[in-house]
Design a protein around this ligand. Structure first.
Ligand code: ZN
Length: 332
C-alpha cells in the first residue's frame, strides 16, 4: 500500500464521460506491477481496463466518479477528494490485495483478473460492454465502498413518471372541474401500501423526487406529474401489479416506466460481516459472466457522493486484508 499512489490517482479528474486519463493511469499502473492489462475502447475516448478476464478471481470496480471534482488532500489518516471512497480507494486496495495474494502464493498471477470500468455512475456503459465480451470467471469481486462488509443482497430499482389529468375550472365551483393535483397527492400518499417486505432484508422504499402541477391557487390543476423512484426488495412486476390495483381508485392517473432493474442476490462467505446494497452498482452485469458475484470494499457509501468525500487509511488496510482473506477462503 502506497498512499501516494492513491493521491496521484485522485489528482486525475475522471467525472463520468471523461474517464480517459484515469483509465490510462490505471492501465499503466497495472503494467508497472507486471499485470498484463488491456485498454478496451467502449466509446470515443472512453475505456475499460481489463486483464485476464477468464480468471479464478476477477476484481472489478469503476474508474469514473460523480461531479463536482475536488482535488485530494491528506490529513492524518484521512484522504479526502472526489472518488476517494467511490471508488478509487477501492480500486487500489484491490490491486494491492492482488499483489499480496500472489506474493503469499494463494493464487498465481494468471488466475487473477481485473475489470476497471467507465460509466458506472452514469450509464453503466463499461459494464454493459464487459457483459457483452466472451469470458467466464469463477468469482468476481465487485468493489464498492461498503465499509468492507459483504453485500448479500442488492436492491432493484423502478423509476416511474406518474401523470394525473384534470379538468381546469374555477376552484369556487367544485362541479366546474377536477384537480389533477388532488388526485396525484392522494395517490402519492398511498404509495407505502404497495411496498413489499423481504425477510431479513427490509422493505421496498421510495422517494418522490419531483412533483409539478397546476397553474394558480384558484384554478383546478389541469395536469400534475411526479417522478418516483422505488428501491426494490421484490420483483418490479409485483410493485407494478399493486400500483395497477391502487390506480383503480384514480382512473385519471397513468404512469410510464422510465427505468427498472431487478434485485439481485449476491454471494457471501460465512464468518465475514454482511450488509445489503441499497445503491446501484455494476454487479448485476457480471451475473451472466461470473459463477458467483460478491460486492464489497473499503470506504463508506454515505460520504461517497458528498461534498466531503473521504476514505481512511485504516479502512483501506482493512479492505486489503479482507480481500486477501476472502480469496484465501475461496481457494481452500
Ligand atoms: Zn461506486
Amino acid at each position: 500500500m502506497d498512499i501516494k499512489d492513491l493521491i496521484d490517482f485522485l489528482e486525475i479528474k475522471s467525472t463520468s464521460g471523461d474517464e480517459e486519463d484515469a483509465s490510462i493511469w490505471i492501465y499503466n499502473y497495472l503494467k508497472k506491477h507486471n499485470w498484463d492489462a488491456n485498454l478496451i475502447e467502449i466509446d470515443e475516448g472512453r475505456y475499460n481496463v481489463t486483464c485476464n478476464l477468464n480468471s479464478k478471481v476477477l476484481f472489478c470496480s469503476h474508474i469514473d466518479v460523480v461531479p463536482p471534482y475536488f482535488p485530494p488532500t491528506e490529513e492524518d489518516s484521512i484522504i479526502s477528494g472526489r472518488g476517494s471512497s467511490d471508488a478509487k480507494g477501492v480500486v487500489l486496495a484491490q490491486i494491492w490485495a492482488a499483489n499480496k495474494i500472489v506474493e503469499e502464493g494463494i493464487l498465481q498471477k494468471n488466475e487473477i483478473g481485473y475489470a476497471y470500468l467507465s460509466g458506472e455512475e452514469l450509464d453503466h456503459l463499461g459494464a454493459k460492454k464487459l457483459g457483452e465480451m466472451d469470458f467466464t470467471c469463477d468469482v468476481s469481486i465487485v468493489g464498492e465502498p461498503t465499509e468492507n462488509k459483504m453485500c448479500e443482497f442488492g436492491f432493484g430499482l423502478l423509476k416511474l413518471e406518474i401523470t394525473a389529468e384534470g379538468k381546469t375550472g374555477h376552484s369556487a365551483f367544485p362541479d366546474s372541474g377536477h384537480s389533477a393535483n388532488h388526485d396525484l397527492v392522494g395517490l402519492l400518499a398511498s404509495l407505502g401500501q404497495i411496498c413489499g417486505n423481504k425477510e431479513g432484508i427490509g422493505s421496498t422504499i421510495y422517494n418522490i423526487g419531483i412533483i409539478s402541477g397546476g397553474v394558480a391557487a384558484n384554478v383546478f390543476a389541469p395536469k400534475a406529474v411526479a417522478t418516483v423512484l422505488f428501491r426494490l426488495v421484490e420483483p418490479s412486476d409485483d410493485v407494478l401489479r399493486k400500483l395497477d390495483q391502487l390506480l383503480k381508485t384514480y382512473p385519471r392517473i397513468t404512469y410510464k416506466v422510465l427505468s427498472r432493474f431487478e434485485p439481485i442476490t449476491l454471494t457471501t462467505i460465512e464468518g465475514f460481516p454482511k450488509t445489503v446494497a441499497r445503491f446501484n452498482s455494476d454487479a448485476k452485469y457480471l451475473l451472466g459472466r461470473s459463477k458467483r458475484v460478491m460486492l464489497f470494499g473499503p470506504g463508506d457509501i454515505r460520504v461517497a457522493h458528498g461534498p466531503k468525500e473521504f476514505i481512511s487509511k485504516e479502512s483501506i488496510e482493512e479492505g486489503i486484508q479482507r480481500y486477501v482473506d476472502v480469496v484465501k477462503s475461496l481457494t481452500k
